[in-house]
Design a protein around this ligand. Structure first.
Ligand SMILES: Nc1nc2c(ncn2[C@@H]2O[C@H](COP(=O)(O)OP(=O)(O)OP(=O)(O)O)[C@@H](O)[C@H]2O)c(=O)[nH]1
Ligand SMILES: [Mg+2]
Length: 414
């Protein structure tokens, strides 16, 4: 279970003023002295991530943040890091002390409200001071999911953990407990899916990447067969197959080859498109792709990558897509790239954002990025959708998604 990737875990953000006991609360839940705690405010200076199994919820990651109410020089930097966790967390845990409610707590609730993220309020340190009835009543008017706690109380620990888990279960997004299908709904039961996976120098050693593994698992969950082939073996494999597959999925980089070699009556798409639907918003990203068609030389484009990896020769985000874009536009473009969680705030200056498939970040984080782009009226698409547009095959690979294809066609005609 420790191997569950972080992006597939429920993200629980711990927030609160310095010294309220955020790190102590984390240590209580995980039953070990994992995070450093001390009576000195400002002990946690960076985000501390702890993965664990929180049964019956499942695999989670706790994100212990630095308190941001101090006026130290570091606080601006800390504020920025904590803000990133606001975007990332599926559930906010706001830790407070009895009878203290300040602008800071108000702000955390406002941040949650903006993002529609559920909140659990933990009134901690009740061994030191009893919260007044008036205070508890006030908290309950803000939020029904509140609990009392004393993080250092070893005797009551199990009781607190049980209450906390019940609250998490109550607030946990439905899609975390019952994952939506990635491709299972596109194929009949006992069907057959072919995954075309290029094994080039960018492929990790000795394994295939997470979205490909997730597709295999999803086909199996839907009682279908799943075949994995390299693009070089695909057409021979098809020839030898008695019955045509129900769906073919390829890496976007070989999308033109797949489209050429796949019979017209066989549905085909790309991993990027499947994951845009699963993790983000396929319709928004297909609409965003139209902005690529309107690009002119000199326009500014943002290429956003969710993970930090060392770019190698022929890197998709930094080398290939920029090259293809310039060729498609027929001139120079101003292309910025960003990586990891350093997503820029000045989105407005871009004509289009081309985001990676987001396999390393959660659905919530991706949806937030889409929402921010939409708010600033900047079209956003993803690598795979962009590649399919540039190679002129987007309509073909949208065929499995009839309603989205129709919207795309009607917008294109305008
Ligand atoms: N009496 C009592 N003390 C607590 C409780 N929870 C935490 N403390 C103490 O409060 C102090 C601060 O705890 P931390 O867990 O470091 O607080 P924090 O919110 O992580 O603080 P920063 O990282 O500085 O923002 C430590 O001395 C803890 O031992 C509690 O429930 N009761
Ligand atoms: Mg701390």
């Amino acid at each position: 279970m420790q191997n569950v990737p972080k992006s597939l875990r429920l993200q629980i953000g711990l927030f609160g003023r310095t010294n309220v006991g955020k790190s102590s609360f984390l240590n209580m839940i995980c039953g070990q002295d994992f995070a450093i705690t001390s009576p000195v405010p400002g002990t946690t200076t960076d985000v501390v991530e702890k993965t664990m199994e929180l049964l019956p919820v499942g695999p989670v990651v706790f994100l212990d943040t630095a308190g941001v109410d101090d006026i130290s020089q570091l606080s601006d930097l800390r504020l920025k890091k904590t803000n990133k966790i606001f975007d990332r967390a599926d559930i906010f845990v706001l830790i407070i002390e009895p009878n203290v409610w300040t602008n800071f707590e108000e702000d955390v609730l406002a941040q949650a409200k903006r993002r529609k993220t559920p909140v659990i309020v933990v009134i901690n340190k009740i061994d030191r001071k009893k919260p007044s009835d008036v205070f508890i009543k006030k908290i309950k008017t803000y939020i029904s999911t509140a609990m009392l706690c004393s993080s250092l109380d070893k005797i009551k620990r199990d009781e607190y953990i049980t209450v906390f888990k019940e609250l998490v279960m109550q607030l946990c997004p439905e899609e975390f407990l019952n994952l939506p299908p990635i491709l299972g709904d596109l194929i009949p039961a006992k069907g057959c899916v072919v995954l075309i996976v290029p094994i080039d120098y960018e492929a990790p050693k000795g394994r295939i990447i997470l979205p490909q593994v997730q597709c295999v698992r999803d086909a199996l969950d839907h009682n279908s067969a799943c075949v994995v082939v390299k693009e070089s073996e695909y057409s021979l494999f098809l020839e030898n197959l008695k019955k045509k597959p129900d769906l073919v999925v390829c890496d976007s980089q070989v999308v033109d080859k797949m489209v050429k070699e796949t019979p017209k009556n066989v549905k085909c798409t790309t991993f990027s498109i499947l994951f845009s639907r699963y993790k983000g918003d396929l319709l928004e990203q297909v609409k965003g792709a139209l902005a690529i068609k309107k690009l002119k030389p000199g326009d500014k484009v943002l290429i956003a990558e969710a993970c930090n990896h060392h770019a190698i020769e022929g890197d998709i985000g930094r080398i290939k897509i920029p090259l293809w874009l310039k060729k498609y536009v027929g001139g120079e473009l101003k292309i910025d790239t960003c990586a990891g969680r350093n997503y820029p705030e000045n989105l407005k200056e871009y004509k289009v954002i081309i985001h990676c498939g987001a396999c390393m970040i959660t659905r919530r984080e991706m949806l937030w990025r889409l929402y921010e782009a939409e708010n600033k009226e900047v079209p956003i698409t993803n690598y795979g959708v962009a590649i399919s547009v540039m190679k002129g095959v987007l309509e073909r690979v949208l065929e499995p998604f009839d309603d989205i294809l129709k919207v795309y066609q009607s917008l294109e005609r305008k």
